[in-house]
Each structure stands twice: as structure tokens, then as C-alpha cells.
Ligand binder design. Structure first.
Ligand code: BGC
Length: 352
């Protein structure tokens, strides 16, 4: 464990290293449950840090931090107009995002789980390095109902994977949708673009959005659209096609409906052909937000003196669908007292 700097209100934050022999592993902070570094080997065994981020906590505390490696919650992705009704009561949440000038609540709000200090415990389970993070989110925090107890457990496994297990309980019904917001660049953070990354998504349908990036409610087929990644395509191949959905997202910024459901299933594969690094994403979640880093603009001073231009990182945010609290046709994100929220995502690395 190392010091990672002070929060704006003067609290100490830390960085925890979880490593395997050979160097595969992750550095994770108790501030925001943030995945700060993730080292994976290329086809020659050369390690690179494959996630975008900052060298100290200060970068992550800025309101302009685009959720680099963040643990996102209480309810990830967008909620239209920052409003939802649950059991007859309407709740108003902060609106911290406004695509096309249409306000919404994004990623749990300005004081979401990415901006809080988690309680950390570093341990090993069955020989695997583990970081267990806990957070108690109070009733009314960011406008949400109920006290929520959350645990996020990061495990670095022998098969070169980072597994993230989320669990939560509540004392009042509340929406919960937890994810990690890592921006991957498999050529190494600081490489200019992810447009040459080859992506496969195990999704026959996706959730098209309006100009405010709120789903229309339909599960539309990807067939015959630039959203069809059932066979591998580079990210860049169709990203600039004249297509209303790509125009709304300024590229890919859409939730895909995964074909595997319920059990831990392969959601996505990403190959970076020059290094040979390949990432497999497995999840128990029904959806994944594929975001091609369209709003990165090269202005933030990132790790190792790097800046991150547009489309220099991509996110695969395993999740329930955006705006679920307002979309009766989507799988429910409502957690009730006496029930447990559970979700698992695995980021597994290979080299070709
Ligand atoms: C959203 C993007 C947003 C980004 C950073 C993604 O999950 O889909 O629209 O710009 O997060 O906030």
C-alpha cells in the first residue's frame, strides 16, 4: 500500500498493488474504487499499462475527470431529467450531464461512488491477491432512497484476469447499477487511438437513444447497422458513417443487449493487432455500454506525461440498461430490503 495523495477535504488516499508473478496485475485506489493501472503482457511478454488515468488522486478528484477507471454508482449510466418514480414516490437527482442540451443524471451524480473514499482491506483468497472495498451510502445521498451497503472486491487471478465482484444490500427500495468505467488502450495508455482495436460484441440487439442519449425503449437489431460487432470489426471501420445513432453519440456511446444472460458469459473481445494484446470481457450483467472515448479531448494531463486525445481509450461498461428506473420494459435495477445485489465482471487478458 502506498500513499496516493489527499482528497480536497484533506483525507489520505491510498494505492494498493495486486500482482502475479510475471507482473500481470492492477493498482487500485480506495478513492473512488479506482482502477489506476492495469499491466498486461504483449505477444513478447512486454508489460504495458492498458488503462487511462492520472498519476495521483488529484486528477481523479476533479469534476472534469471522465470517470477514468472509476467504480460507478449508485445507479450508473443516465437517468432522464434526473427523475424517477418508485413505489409511488418521485425522486429528484442532481443533473450533471446534458447531451444536446438535454439534462440527465449521469453515473450516480457529481458526488457518486467515484468521488467517495472507500474502506479498504487487502488480502489473499485461495492464493489470489484481493482488494475488498466497502462503502455505506447514506439515505438521501445524491438524492437516492435508502441506506445502501456496498462491497466491491477486486481479484487478480492466475489466468491473467481482473475479476470484480459487486454486492449490495439496502434498507429501502432503491435503484442500483454498479460498473467499472476503465478506458482501455491495449497498445498502452498514451497511445493515440483505439480506432484500430478489433472488437467483437456478443449482442444481437442494442438500445437506440434520443439526442440526449436516453434509450427510446426498444431493443433494436444490430443487423445491417454499424452496431453489428457479432463478427469482429475495427472500432474505426464504420464509426464515421452517416448514421443518426452515431451522430447522437459522436461515435459509439451505446448500450448493447448481451445475448448471454444471468450467468457469467463472454460479452466482448478486443484485440490490438500490433501488440497482440487481447481482452475478453465476461459478465453476469444483461448489457454493456460501448463508449469509444468520443468526448476525450487531449486537455487532461494524464499518467506519465501523456494526454488523451479523442478516441484514445474505449470503455466496456458492464451494466443494466441506461435509464432503467424509467423504462418498465427493461430488466429492473430496483434492489429491495432483504434481497442482495450481486454482479460479476471479468477482464481477462491474452496475447496473440
Ligand atoms: C457515457 C458517455 C460519457 C462518459 C464519461 C460514458 O459512460 O456513456 O456519454 O461521456 O461515460 O462521462
Amino acid at each position: 500500500m502506498k500513499a496516493f495523495g489527499l482528497t480536497p477535504d484533506g483525507r489520505e488516499t491510498h494505492l494498493f498493488s495486486l500482482r502475479r508473478d510475471g507482473g500481470f496485475g492492477a493498482d487500485i485506489s480506495d478513492f473512488g474504487g479506482t482502477l489506476v493501472r492495469l499491466f498486461a503482457p504483449d505477444r513478447h511478454g512486454e508489460l504495458a499499462d492498458v488503462v487511462l488515468g492520472f498519476d495521483s488522486v488529484r486528477g481523479y478528484t476533479q469534476p472534469t475527470c471522465p470517470y477514468f477507471g472509476s467504480t460507478v454508482g449508485r445507479c450508473g449510466n443516465r437517468i432522464a431529467h434526473g427523475r424517477f418514480t418508485l413505489d409511488g414516490k418521485t425522486y429528484t437527482l442532481a443533473t450533471n450531464n446534458a447531451p444536446a442540451g438535454i439534462p440527465c443524471h449521469l453515473h450516480g451524480g457529481p458526488g457518486g461512488f467515484d468521488k467517495v473514499l472507500w474502506q479498504a482491506e487487502q488480502t489473499t483468497v485461495g492464493g489470489d491477491p484481493v482488494l475488498r472495498l466497502r462503502y455505506q451510502s447514506r439515505e438521501g445521498e445524491e438524492g437516492y432512497p435508502g441506506n445502501l451497503d456496498v462491497t466491491v472486491e477486486f481479484t487478480v487471478t492466475a489466468d491473467q484476469a481482473l475479476r470484480i465482484d459487486y454486492s449490495a444490500t439496502t434498507d429501502k427500495a432503491t435503484p442500483v447499477n454498479l460498473t467499472n468505467h476503465a478506458y482501455f488502450n491495449l497498445a498502452g495508455e498514451g497511445s493515440r487511438s483505439v480506432l484500430g482495436h478489433v472488437l467483437t460484441l456478443n449482442a444481437t440487439r442494442y438500445t437506440p437513444v434520443n439526442a440526449g442519449l436516453i434509450p427510446l425503449g426498444e431493443l433494436a437489431p444490430v443487423a445491417d447497422t454499424p452496431f453489428d460487432f457479432r463478427a469482429p470489426h475495427t472500432v474505426g471501420e464504420r464509426i464515421d458513417r452517416p448514421n443518426e445513432q452515431l451522430r447522437f453519440g459522436a461515435g459509439y456511446d451505446h448500450n448493447f443487449v448481451l445475448d448471454g444472460s444471468g450467468s457469467l458469459a463472454l460479452a466482448a473481445t478486443v484485440l490490438e493487432p500490433l501488440s497482440g494484446r487481447e481482452l475478453e470481457v465476461l459478465t453476469t450483467e444483461p448489457g454493456v455500454q460501448f463508449y469509444s472515448g468520443n468526448f476525450l479531448d487531449g486537455t487532461l494531463p494524464g499518467k506519465n506525461g501523456h494526454t488523451y486525445p479523442r478516441r484514445s481509450g474505449l470503455c466496456l461498461e458492464t451494466q443494466h440498461f441506461p435509464d432503467s428506473p424509467n423504462q418498465p420494459g427493461f430488466p429492473s435495477v430496483i434492489l429491495r430490503p432483504g434481497r442482495s445485489y450481486r454482479s460479476t465482471t471479468v477482464f481477462r487478458f491474452k496475447a496473440r
